[in-house]
Write a protein that binds this ligand. Structure first.
Ligand SMILES: Cc1cc2nc3c(=O)[nH]c(=O)nc-3n(C[C@H](O)[C@H](O)[C@H](O)COP(=O)(O)O)c2cc1C
Length: 207
């Protein structure tokens, strides 16, 4: 195991933080980008079908007051789990700036048009891969993947590639958003926003 790490960072004072967590997230996300983090939009996405949780990394592609958007295969493990149980959680871990943000809420599929627009903006190779990958299924070898990709390349040569029905976006509508700032002596600052029917409530949590 590696040695102990000393966290330090500016104190978080709830009174200085925005009344709504999306505005606060915007400031933190800009800070992570300015700090030169390679992919600050990489986030862990936890899902759970019944009593078995699972987690993986996905990329945040958009966010606003309505929620946090990511794209994936609707028939993947996460897709199947989200259809059985739309409750999910996100976590951003920004080690270089001693910060973490956790978000929990309900997930819903994007409108088809929104997924179409994002799909159309993707590089051609990514579009082809989305079409041929049965994400999360067991496959015999890599060669079958490459031959399916080559066949799709030939099929769509010179044409636009339509978005497959099994691929699109989700939006997680936040109900809890927690901002964590590493501080000396493990006395970290944790400020959590909780959606309480009509308003956000800010609370400090013990580290
Ligand atoms: C940095 C990074 C970014 C990723 N972004 C995505 C993404 O945006 N969408 C996606 O479906 N998978 C993405 N993946 C792959 C997922 O982590 C995962 O392997 C895949 O979605 C299958 O997950 P599942 O079997 O749990 O459904 C990314 C992986 C990494 C390491």
């Amino acid at each position: 195991m590696t040695g102990r790490f000393d966290y330090s960072g500016p104190p978080l004072n709830p009174d200085d933080m925005s009344p709504d967590p999306i505005t606060e997230f915007t400031v933190w996300f800009a800070g992570a980008s300015e700090a030169g983090l390679p992919q600050p939009n990489a986030m862990s996405l936890a899902t759970a079908d019944g009593d078995r949780p699972s987690v993986r990394t996905v990329l945040l592609k958009d966010f606003d007051r309505t929620g946090f958007v990511f794209f994936t295969n609707y028939e993947s493990q996460k897709g199947r789990e989200l259809s059985a149980n739309p409750r999910a959680a996100l976590s951003f871990t920004w080690l270089e700036i001693h910060r973490q943000i956790r978000i929990e809420g309900m997930v819903a599929e994007l409108e088809e048009q929104e997924s179409d627009e994002y799909y159309a903006s993707r590089p051609r190779g990514a579009q082809l891969a989305a079409g041929i990958s049965r994400q999360s299924a067991v496959i015999s070898d890599r060669a079958m993947l490459e031959s399916a990709f080559a066949a799709a390349e030939e099929k769509f040569a010179g044409d636009d590639i339509p978005r497959p029905d099994h691929w699109g976006g989700y939006r997680l509508r936040p109900e809890l958003v927690e901002f964590w700032q590493g501080r000396p002596d493990r006395l970290h600052d944790r400020i959590r926003y909780r959606w309480d029917y009509s308003d956000w409530v800010k609370e400090r949590l013990s580290p």
